[in-house]
Structure formats: structure tokens, C-alpha cells
Ligand binder design. Sequence first.
Ligand code: PRP
Length: 204
Amino acid sequence: MKPVIALTKGRLEKQFLSYFSSLQYDTEPLIKKGRKLRIETDQFAFIFAKGPDVTTYVQYGIADLGVVGGDILAEFEPDVYDLFPLPFGKCRMAVATEQGKIWPKHKKTIASKYTSITKDFFKNKGESVEIIKLEGSVELAPILGLADGIVDIVETGTTLKENGLVVSEEFLKFSARLIANRSALKIKRNELAAVIKRLQEGQI
Ligand code: PRP
């Protein structure tokens, strides 16, 4: 059986493919995949899913390995083996709001996809907040008056800038990470060892 690798669709997928290709792996079938969600190469089977679902497929052993943002691991704390950071997908978690915004003195309203990280952050600061969960495009929330600010990942800063928002505080740094199913790591040790080693050594 070929090792199964779950990849986070979108930006991380593109960055992973360029890294994987730099390690001399064949990525052509992956680049040409179109809308397919499962692709096999000579050596691996790949599945493509959203970040939180990548951790689910790995946790339940459908995928042996996964490539996922550290932000997803911090937010959802899935029961997977967190192997090591990968040299891409670098971003930071930040509080952002509209330029010139005056924060309310007492309870702030914060919109985020990361409700657990947001809750911990403000709890540690001893600040009282109401958290509104959104699924994406959270930058809309302060602009439309749903929230005073957001907690979200910032990579290039373009999304904030183009929507008239600024960072008021940065508090965590992340990169993409390689994760593994706990039992696959033992049972399929021989099949997985080479690719894990190459993904780790490629960074040196
Ligand atoms: C993420 C994040 C920001 C954006 C930041 O969203 O939630 O919106 O990327 O990147 P930037 O600093 O390079 O502009 P994503 O593209 O994953 O989509 P989403 O908003 O639908 O979650």
C-alpha cells in the first residue's frame, strides 16, 4: 500500500508542491489534478481537504501523513503526531481592526475562525470579550460593524491592507507542519520513513 498524504487545499497546497518538487518528487499529476480530490502518483496517494479535515483524516488513519498549518493544530488540538515544521506557510496570529479605531473600554466584540485561540488570548490578558465565530473572510466583520476587531492569521498582510484594516497586536507565529497518524507511524514505519526523512532533511 502506498503511503497516503493529506494536503491542505489552497495556499499551503501550492507551497507544498513546490517544496516537494524541490526534493525531486514527481508532482506533475498533482499540478494537473484539476478539481479531483484524490490523486495517485507512482509513490503516494494524495487527498486534498480543508485544514481541519486534514487533521481528521490523519487522526482516523485514512491518511498516514498530513500537511497542515500550525494554526489549525493550535486551535483544534487533534489527536495526531505533530512531527516537525515545514519551511513554508509562515504566518502569524494577530488582532486587527480598522485604521484609527477606538476600542470600546469594556467588552470588545471579536470575530474569528479561531475561537479557542481568541478566548485563551484575551483570557490571559484579563480582558472581557464577546467572540463571534465566522468561517472565513473575517476581515468583513469590522468593516460591516459586526465586530470591533478580528483575530486571524496574517501571511503577506495584503488582505488586511486591501480591506483597510491594521494589526493592533501579533501574538503567535506558525508555519506548515507535517503530522502523522499515531499507529501508522509504528505499523507503516518502513513505508513512511523515507518520505518523512526527506521532508525533514530538505529544510537543512
Ligand atoms: C487567510 C486569512 C486571511 C488571509 C491572510 O484566509 O484568514 O484572510 O489568509 O493572508 P494575507 O496576509 O497573505 O493576505 P484564507 O485565504 O485561508 O481564506 P478564508 O478567509 O476564506 O479563510
